[in-house]
Structures are given as structure tokens and as C-alpha cells.
Design a protein around this ligand. Structure first.
Ligand SMILES: Cc1ncc(COP(=O)(O)O)c(C=O)c1O
Length: 396
């Protein structure tokens, strides 16, 4: 009998891929599209590390081409442990770390490891859209905790408590968040981890943007509840190798050993050359200098974007992001439907943004603006086009 897995019904084309496909079509028509939709860095990794890699590639050796241990090379796991110690004062053993093929594999392997059909997972609204399809693929049930722009998308722990039931398997906390750029504070992190210990659920702490912080500090939730927190990370944003597919998870060893098995079945091992590259990067003299440089560049772009939005979209509502690469802009005073508007803005005004509805059930007239990908001039021009599009859309 021919046919397909029922579970595949949970999977859809990635929302940003849809925007990318329209953009590709317009590009083929020679349209100059300003890309405010990309969630990837615009600054390549440090030249010193790239030069080192070029030398290694020239060697007559299989080292960079061979399979690696499925948990990742020990050199990289040690470098990650040192990095977590240096930046977060965490004591994580290399055995409590598993390297993955990007953040996406980290998410899939973790949810594969912990979820049974019918388990409940609490997701913030808004938050990163990548979790929903995977949770549904594994038969999990999503409960959304609504966060409000009015109080900076702060997680209200009392409201979270109301959503927790005896079926709650995990709460997912993305900080700094995509798309809002909000970061959790120590007090909230502590209250959520206390709740996790009390009610015995996992916290999936997504730290994809942990080093891209413009104000404040990253809070490592793991330090409050090392037995409950599974922390997901990617090297896609820092040092900026999204196409090389590398990330890592740290957490309780009973989780790590199982995630390792999941990864083994999916990819067998993460890419060898990327592992070597990042191990050298994390231990290098240039690592901290590079982050400082990147944060400085992105902060300047963020500020330019904030000023441009204030000037050209006076009725837009947003909070200034403290981290990540995005501004989540509520255009409810201009438009009614972010998804239709995103297509309109691209087709008519040649500017690409991501609709807010991909991240949120409540902010349906919002859009996510990425401020890192384009040059500052093009970023400001893109926001000018966005404003023109919003005003034209309103009076259509
Ligand atoms: C919050 C968050 N988590 C995870 C990921 C996935 O990481 P990767 O691109 O390495 O698969 C992303 C990607 O944009 C992200 O924004």
C-alpha cells in the first residue's frame, strides 16, 4: 500500500522559505529587492580563522573530511565548555555537551528525545516559529503564553503557572528572542526554573543569540536548574556560519546521551570541518574581539533602523530590541494582515519582511524587520519603502 506518514501533515514549507521564493522570482525579473527578512549575519567569521582553515584544507590529510564521533569532536566540546565558563560562569563538562548539525537539528533531536504524543509544550506568543511544526510532528500539544509588547514581552510567571498542567512536558524560552529581541531578566529566569523544579518539567532554553546583546546581559537559565534545563545553541549567528550547519546542546547527561542517539540516526555526525573551525575560533584571541566588533556594527544598524521607523512610521508600535537581529513592528494602525502585506510590500515596493503571524497568533498585523543583513543605507531605504507600502496599503 502506497502512502505517507500521518505525521508529515504537521510539516509545512518554512515560512521564510516562501518569502525567499517570491524574492528569487523578482530577482530573476531584475528587481532590486531590499532584504529585511533574512535571519542571518552579514559579517563573515574572523579572517584569521578563515586563513587557518585554508591552510588546513591544503594539507594531505583526511582529518577534515572524515566522520567524527557522533557527539562531536572532544576538542570542540572542550572549547564549548571553556566558552560557557568564560562567558556564563557555567560549569558544564564536555560529556554534558553534544554537537549538532545546526540549531535546527538541536531542536528536532531534543523534542524527539523528550516528547510523547499528547504531551503539552508551552510556547511564548510571539516567539520563534521553528518549534511549532516539530512539536506537532511528535504529537505534542502547544499551549501559548501571550506576551505583551506593552511590558516589553516580559514573561508573567503567574500567567505561566496557570498554563502548567500535569501534562506539561516542557516550556520553551528563547532569549534573546526571535522576533522580539527581548531578553529574560534574572528574577524571571529564577522564578521559571523554580516552577520547573516544583512541577517537574523541562525548560528548553534557546540561546541562539546569546552573544548578540546590545543592552543588558544574557541570562543562562541552566545555572538555576541544571537538572531541568536543556540548552540549545547554534553557531549560525556567532561566528556566523549558517550554511555550515553547526550547533550544540548542553544539559543533563541523561538528555545528552539520548540526543546523541537521535543525532546518530539523523546525520551520524555533525560536519567535521565546521567543528574544527569553531573549536579554533572559540579558543582564539580574536573570539571576544570579533563579538565586540559584530555587536558594535549591529547596534549601529539597530539604532539606524529604530530612528528610521520612528521617522517614517509614526503610528507603528515596537520595542527597541535588546538582543538578536530583529525588530518586531506592530503595524496595526496601518494594515490588517501582515501576511498579505508582506507579499504586497515585496511585489509593489521591493522590500522583503517576514509577517508577524508566523511568530504570533495575537500580533497578526505585525512584521519582523531584520536589521543586520543589508548595509545601513539600504536598511534605511528599505524602511522608507516599508513605510510607503504601509501607507499605500492603508488607503488602497
Ligand atoms: C531562535 C532560533 N533558534 C534556532 C534557530 C535555528 O538555528 P540554525 O539556523 O542553526 O538551524 C534559529 C534560526 O534562525 C533561531 O532564530
Amino acid at each position: 500500500m502506497r502512502g505517507f506518514s500521518d505525521r508529515m501533515g504537521a510539516l509545512r514549507e518554512s515560512p521564510t522559505r516562501r518569502i525567499d521564493a517570491i524574492r528569487e522570482r523578482l530577482k530573476r525579473e531584475n528587481r532590486d529587492i531590499i532584504v529585511l527578512s533574512a535571519g542571518q549575519p552579514s559579517i563573515p567569521p574572523p579572517p584569521e580563522i578563515r586563513a587557518m582553515m585554508a591552510e588546513e584544507l591544503a594539507k594531505e590529510s583526511m582529518d577534515l573530511y572524515a566522520y567524527t564521533p557522533s557527539q562531536g569532536i572532544i576538542e570542540l566540546r572542550e572549547a564549548v565548555a571553556e566558552d560557557l565558563k568564560r562567558l556564563g560562569s557555567l560549569d558544564v563538562k564536555p560529556d554534558d555537551i553534544v554537537i549538532t548539525a545546526g540549531g535546527q537539528e538541536a531542536m528536532f533531536a531534543t523534542l524527539m528525545t523528550i516528547l510523547n504524543p499528547g504531551d503539552e509544550v508551552i510556547l511564548m506568543d510571539p516567539t520563534y516559529f521553528g518549534y511549532k511544526p516539530i512539536i506537532e510532528y511528535f504529537g505534542g500539544k502547544i499551549k501559548r503564553l501571550r506576551l505583551s509588547m506593552d511590558d516589553g514581552f516580559r514573561i508573567n510567571v503567574e500567567s505561566l503557572k496557570e498554563l502548567v498542567s500535569d501534562k506539561t512536558k516542557a516550556v520553551i524560552v528563547v532569549t534573546p528572542d526571535n522576533p522580539t529581541g527581548s531578553i529574560i531578566d534574572e528574577e524571571t529566569a529564577k522564578a521559571i526554573t523554580d516552577l520547573a523544579k516544583d512541577k517537574d518539567f523541562w525548560i528548553i532554553s534557546d540561546e541562539a543569540y546569546r552573544t548578540l546583546i546590545y543592552e543588558g546581559n544574557h541570562v543562562y537559565m541552566y545555572k538555576y536548574a541544571p537538572d531541568n534545563v536543556i540548552s540549545l545553541n547554534t553557531f549560525s549567528k556567532d561566528p556566523g556560519i549558517p550554511g555550515w550547519r553547526l550547533g550544540f546542546i548542553y544539559g543533563p547527561r541523561e538528555v545528552i546521551s539520548r540526543v546523541k542517539l537521535a543525532g546518530e540516526e539523523m546525520t551520524y555526525c555533525p560536519p567535521s570541518f565546521a567543528q574544527r573551525f569553531v573549536a579554533v575560533y572559540l579558543r582564539s584571541q580574536v573570539r571576544l574581539k570579533h563579538i565586540r566588533y559584530v555587536v558594535e556594527q549591529y547596534r549601529a544598524k539597530r539604532d539606524a533602523a529604530v530612528n528610521a521607523i520612528k521617522a517614517s512610521l509614526p503610528e507603528a508600535r515596537f520595542t527597541v530590541p535588546k538582543g538578536s537581529m530583529f525588530i518586531f513592528v506592530d503595524l496595526a494602525n496601518y494594515i490588517d494582515d501582515g501576511e498579505k502585506f508582506a507579499e504586497y510590500a515585496m511585489e509593489k515596493y521591493s522590500v522583503a519582511i517576514v509577517p508577524g503571524s508566523y511568530f504570533s497568533e495575537q500580533y497578526r498585523a505585525a512584521v519582523r524587520v531584520s536589521f543586520v543583513w543589508e548595509s545601513t543605507n539600504r536598511l534605511v531605504e528599505g524602511i522608507r519603502r516599508l513605510a510607503e507600502a504601509a501607507k499605500a496599503y492603508r488607503t488602497r
